[in-house]
Design a binder for this molecule. Structure first.
Ligand SMILES: NC(=O)c1ccc[n+]([C@@H]2O[C@H](COP(=O)([O-])OP(=O)(O)OC[C@H]3O[C@@H](n4cnc5c(N)ncnc54)[C@H](OP(=O)(O)O)[C@@H]3O)[C@@H](O)[C@H]2O)c1
Length: 325
């Protein structure tokens, strides 16, 4: 069984279907999926607003955990029967999914498939932005918007473990509490408070060194206004839209850097570099329990539509995962 997007639309267009089991090509493996993470980009794809990159499966799902059951030509370092979690370019909402061998990581010691399936999309995204592009340093101030979401809960933990001072925004008192429990020194309920004012008060007017933003639109100017000298803004989504008219003076006066990225269309080689960094720098923390995926809810694969409905209702804290077997 797999879940297909029967047509672009609301959560109820996700339908169980039968598809042939895919065969791995060179450098790929076939994974018998035990669990698959649900991510906001899956929702955007289902709405017809995010076309999968060329060659990607039309079945949604960007991250999986499971057992390797077929190994393609040219694959080294993986064995039949290995349990792995993997970043995939699509096809995760299914009993069987193809993964590129370099993007398969071992299940962290002591971790079950449900929690492991919640790791790849958030970890690859957060690592490549916050630590690679953004060059977060310990003791720097880091602000993450959407701190209680899948990306946010992982960004808070990684940055806190790195020794940064983490600020987060979130949409309720409960979500703000969760952000603080994960390591944020300050959580701002953006529905009640202006985050620019609060950041400037808390930092004595200095601002934060790095911002991870998923909002865009009207947030662009506000982010620039609360960045410190030599600050960096990382744009990874534009929930308030891709366009904004801005006053560029803060960029000049504070020598700011505006950058961003989208993970999915990047090459396997690019993603493999991120996978190596994660294995080295993050896997020990996952095994030790100092970094942990927060699971809000699980749904059987056949109920993927309900999982999307829950995500769109927006009350979740952390990740939603589909269980496949
Ligand atoms: N560029 C990339 O490579 C990449 C990769 C993965 C994901 N993404 C993007 O990253 C975003 C997060 O993904 P996700 O899977 O973590 O989704 P998610 O779990 O739904 O998290 C989004 C969070 O943002 C919060 N939020 C919404 N409006 C907000 C605002 N104005 N200020 C602060 N928080 C706000 C939401 O809760 P409240 O509304 O209650 O605050 C929710 O907790 C999505 O837009 C996704 O498309 C980008």
């Amino acid at each position: 069984m797999a879940i297909e997007i029967s047509r672009p639309g609301s959560w109820d267009v996700l339908k169980p279907c039968r598809r042939a089991v895919p065969l791995p090509g060179r450098g790929e493996v076939l994974v018998e999926v035990a669990a698959a993470g649900v991510n906001r980009p899956d929702v955007v794809q289902r709405q017809g607003l995010y076309t999968p990159p060329p060659g990607a499966s039309d079945i949604p799902g960007l991250e999986i955990a499971g057992e390797i059951v077929v190994i393609g030509a040219g694959v080294t370092g993986l064995e039949l029967g290995d349990t792995v979690c993997a970043l995939v370019t699509g096809g995760g909402y299914a009993e069987y999914c193809i993964a590129a061998a370099p993007l398969c990581l071992p299940l962290p010691e002591g971790m079950d498939s449900v929690r492991a399936a919640a790791l790849p999309e958030t970890l690859f995204t957060v690592w490549s932005n916050v630590f690679d592009r953004g060059q977060l340093k310990s003791r720097e101030r880091f602000l993450v918007h959407g701190g209680a979401g899948g990306i946010g809960t992982m960004a808070i933990q990684l940055a806190h473990n790195w020794g940064a001072d983490v600020f987060a925004t979130a949409g309720s008192a409960e979500k703000c509490r969760a952000c603080r429990e994960l390591g944020a020194s300050m959580a701002i309920n953006y529905r009640e408070e202006d985050f620019v004012e609060r950041v400037n008060v808390e930092t004595g007017g200095q601002g934060v060194d790095l911002i991870l933003d998923i909002i865009g639109g009207d947030y662009l100017q506000r982010n620039l206004n609360c960045l410190a000298v030599d600050g960096r803004l990382l744009q990874i989504a534009v929930q308030h839209g891709p366009k904004a008219a801005i006053n560029v003076l803060p960029v000049m006066l504070k020598r700011l850097t505006l950058t961003g990225s989208v993970l999915r269309p990047r090459s396997i080689a690019d993603k493999a570099v991120i996978a190596d960094a994660l294995r080295d720098k993050v896997w020990p923390g996952l095994a030790a329990g100092s970094i942990r995926p927060l699971i809000h809810a699980t749904f059987p694969l056949a109920q993927a539509a309900q999982a999307h409905r829950l995500m769109e209702e927006g009350a979740h804290i952390g990740k939603i995962v589909l269980t496949v077997r």
